[in-house]
Ligand binder design. Structure first.
Ligand SMILES: C[S@@+](CC[C@H](N)C(=O)[O-])C[C@H]1O[C@@H](n2cnc3c(N)ncnc32)[C@H](O)[C@@H]1O
Length: 221
């Protein structure tokens, strides 16, 4: 593949994900996740793998200070373009496996639909825990063990979804099958290994296709 072809493909993914984040369904899921994360008012929040920045913008509107990072420069370009409000998130290039931030520099660290894509999610989660302050919240959203192409298709049919809403749900099922799905028990084990306590989880989206989990960084790691 030539560099230009690669660039075109990544541009398409950034465009595609901007459309996904603009669907009422995905926007509602990110808002539901933001409520689930229970972030204290006026927090400093890190959104890892922010994509085009929808969750980061939601959190800024809720009064938080937000830094969004993503490993794809075209996602960062898109996020910066879409953030036009006076108060806006900061967006920058970064990799969840090697965060440039100092220890304890955020009140909360979040990752929606990211850790199921990385080869070793514990490495990324440990980095998120490192940059969260003691007592800070770490939360993630991923496909649950119930997610699959067939389950996504069934849910889309039941809800009468079409267009981007349907295609993106089915693509999510495909990505989950190709990468990783989390049961609550697996997520609990992962959070414990990363030094997180007070684990809580919730299955969302229809029969529970998505798993929301959160935990609190202990005082000692
Ligand atoms: C499925 S999209 C999710 C975007 C957004 N968080 C959402 O839920 O709408 C996954 C995002 O994670 C980013 N990503 C993948 N691996 C990453 C890594 N190792 N570090 C940071 N971002 C990563 C991708 O570039 C992409 O923007």
């Amino acid at each position: 593949m030539t560099p230009n072809a690669l660039n075109d493909q990544r541009s398409t993914f950034a465009d595609y994900f901007s459309q996904v984040q603009a669907t009422p369904g995905w926007d509602a899921i990110l808002q539901s996740f933001a409520r689930f994360a229970s972030i204290p008012p006026a927090s400093r929040v890190l959104d890892v793998g922010c994509g085009p920045g929808s969750l980061a913008r939601t959190l800024v509107r809720a009064g938080h200070t937000v830094v969004g990072i993503d490993s794809d420069p075209l996602m960062i370009d898109r996020a910066q373009y879409l953030a036009q409000e006076e108060r806006r998130p900061e967006f920058e290039l970064g990799d969840v496996r090697h965060l440039r931030f100092a220890d304890s520099s955020f009140d909360a660290a979040l990752a929606t639909n990211v850790l199921f894509l990385v080869p070793d999610p514990l490495v990324g989660l440990r980095e998120m825990v490192r940059v969260a302050r003691p007592g800070g919240m770490v939360a993630m959203l991923n496909p649950s063990s119930k997610m699959s192409v067939a389950a996504a298709e069934a849910h889309a049919a039941e809800r009468g979804l079409d267009g981007v809403a349907r295609v993106s749900l089915v693509n999510w099922g495909r990505a989950a099958e190709a990468n990783r799905r989390f049961s609550a028990d697996e997520a609990r084990t992962l959070f414990s290994a990363a030094g997180l306590a007070q684990f809580e989880s919730a299955e969302k989206i229809g029969p529970g296709l998505a798993l929301f989990v959160r935990g609190v960084r202990g005082e000692e790691r």
